[in-house]
Design a protein around this ligand. Sequence first.
Ligand code: NAD
Length: 434
Amino acid sequence: MKIAVVGAGYVGLVTGVCLADMGHYVTCIDINENKVERMKNGVSPIYEPGLTELLKKNLEVGRLVFTSDHRKGFKEVEVIFIAVGTPQNDDGSADISYVEDVAKTIAFCAESDTIIVTKSTVPVGTNDRLQALINLHKANDITIEIVSNPEFLREGSAVNDTFYADRIVIGSNSEKATKKMKEIYQDFNIPIYLTDIRSAEMIKYASNAFLATKISFINEIANICERVGADVEKVAVGMGLDQRIGTSFLKAGIGYGGSCFPKDTKALIQIAGNVAYDFELLKGVVNVNSKQQTILVDKLKKKFHSLHGKRLAILGLAFKPNTDDLREAASLMVIDELVKEGAEVICYDPIAMENAKQTIIHPQIRFAASVEDAVKDSEAALILTEWDEIKSIDLKVFTHMKTPFVLDGRNCYSLEQVKAAGFEYHSIGRSAVN
Ligand code: NAD
């Protein structure tokens, strides 16, 4: 099938490449011309395991094309996916202006019957509003129908998640559009859950809010564990053995970040508020998370009376491993706090370094070439992302620090390992090693 994908970011590019790999003819459209040029040359503008190989392969066989020209990209396509960003407004609500712009562009440019598939995460009711907007601006006498197809991929494993998703949710009020969607996904071998448009929109927010709730829940349990002498890692295993609970998303740490959970939880609070419903539980989840993100800074302040002039190493900047994405990463809040306290911060991340150099700019901040480089001469090391490289490092490296003092926000090491290596270690929800 001939398909266009508008917005070639983490979701759009992965979707476009994977659809092409399944045999569809895909045109990815992005307003960022620099990105488009790079993608045309087989260079992925984002780090995502497995993506570059598939990008190159499908460019070569001619199933994948990139352009900044919407009208050209929409020529003869039957289905257009919208995958542009829906960032957070100042009040926490979702900014759907990018999605609306694309919908209007489609209405102006489409020359034959078209199905629009909204992959972007949009508040409940948005697709109905987009349909009305399109009907109003349609330049030709054609039928344009909208389908909600929320995305559940995770950055860092996005390609794999696209091919092996747990489910594909399709919200549609049109039999014709539903049939087309089933055709698109027929070779994916993933269960399809068909529902109405508003329920599909809500499934996305409810899923992210639920996962965020699990994270904040285990983080609160972790904070209590520390105070009562229990070990949250063992508690999580014991809880997870109950199949009603399950093991996933029970990893205690310094909270969730990234481009989805923070904004989607706040947007759902707004969506509820708009219909006069106070989503108290989710407000708690958000508050717990923001406190959790700076918990290591509090521990650091307990150890040192003042952080002024102290050299502190930050290990891991990305909001999670296997991505170069820094959006809403805990590292940004932590570094901000440390800089305010007058510390000298030296950062290392295996992949997100280039993005970080453009995002985190301050005279008190420098970048190291390796973990060893970062911790050498530092008075404390803060682990903020559980990269394999950091988890598998020889722990002796920490014993060579100016002060061998490690604050681990992701529980990367067993307490036994740390005791054997011999340095002061504070993690989340476990007893300290002194
Ligand atoms: P992103 O910021 O990585 O990419 C958005 C892209 O859209 C950018 O490349 C931008 O240049 C382009 N763009 C903006 N306006 C455009 C226009 N008018 N025409 C063409 N291109 C345009 O965003 P993302 O992380 O891929 O997220 C996209 C959507 O998917 C959001 O709604 C997000 O909530 C949702 N989502 C994201 C993830 C994730 O892990 N990133 C997962 C599930 C859902």
